[in-house]
Design a protein around this ligand. Structure first.
Ligand code: XBP
Ligand code: MG
Length: 224
């Protein structure tokens, strides 16, 4: 029996990575740092999950730049900038997401988030896309900085599962990236992948199902 749905946020609920990239670049510019990440740079940089981890990896790659404490401070400003950009509107849930979540709620399924990003960013997205608090939409939210190891490690999915207190076989995960898919599979979850703008080229061999998006997914679930 299906009792819970566990969603990734970035790329799965909405195409958020361009807002993340812009928030990083605005933060670098405002801090007087001569860093700028193009779409091409960012595609490669997304292999490292987590904003702080991504900045550290970039610094180590070029061999100079802010120390870890300065990166942590920059990342706080990046989060503020990201929240501002999301609050401006213009971001939409991907096809089928709103429908699936409303259906899950109606059917009494538990709804969860397992994300690499931080809690304030989930909150900003919920307010922008549903006009409601994230805690009103999701029963469980497990976020990046709550766990020791980010995706592709299973930690954040395991945390979501512990908070759901349900057997893994009764849960279904939704991801858009190979790192996220590896994390969900390592946690033992059945996983549906809907590739996104930045992950379309990735290998999703491990997926239980790959769909272009979640449009029509509820109808398919109900008919099986
Ligand atoms: C998304 C990410 C995040 C965002 C930035 O991965 O890797 O790092 O790009 O978020 P996933 P923060 O969708 O697999 O969870 O800057 O808040 O870390
Ligand atoms: Mg994602």
């Amino acid at each position: 029996t299906l009792r819970a749905l566990i969603f990734d946020v970035d790329g799965t609920l909405a195409e958020t990575e361009e807002a993340h990239r812009r928030a990083f670049n605005d933060t670098f510019r405002d801090a007087g740092l001569d860093w700028h990440w193009t779409v091409q740079d960012y595609t490669r940089l997304l292999r490292v999950t987590g904003g702080k981890e991504r900045m550290r990896a970039f610094r180590d790659g070029i061999g100079r730049g802010p120390d870890d404490a300065q990166i942590a401070a920059l990342h706080l400003r990046k989060t503020e900038r990201y929240m501002q950009l999301i609050a401006q509107g213009g971001l939409h849930l991907r096809p089928g997401v709103a429908e699936l979540i409303a259906w899950g709620r109606k059917e009494g399924l538990r709804l969860a988030i397992a994300t690499t990003t931080s809690l304030p960013n989930v909150q900003a997205l919920a307010l922008a896309c549903w006009g409601r608090d994230a805690a009103e939409i999701f029963d469980v939210i497990a976020a990046g900085d709550e766990v020791a190891a980010k995706k592709p490690a299973p930690d954040v999915f395991e945390l979501a599962l512990r908070r759901l207190a349900l057997p893994v076989k009764d849960c279904l995960a939704f991801e858009d990236s190979r790192n996220g898919l590896r994390a969900a599979k390592a946690a033992g979850l059945r996983t549906i992948v809907t590739p996104s703008l930045y992950t379309a080229h990735e290998d999703f061999d491990l997926a239980d199902e790959i769909r272009p998006d979640l449009g029509g997914f509820v109808a398919d679930l109900v008919h099986v």
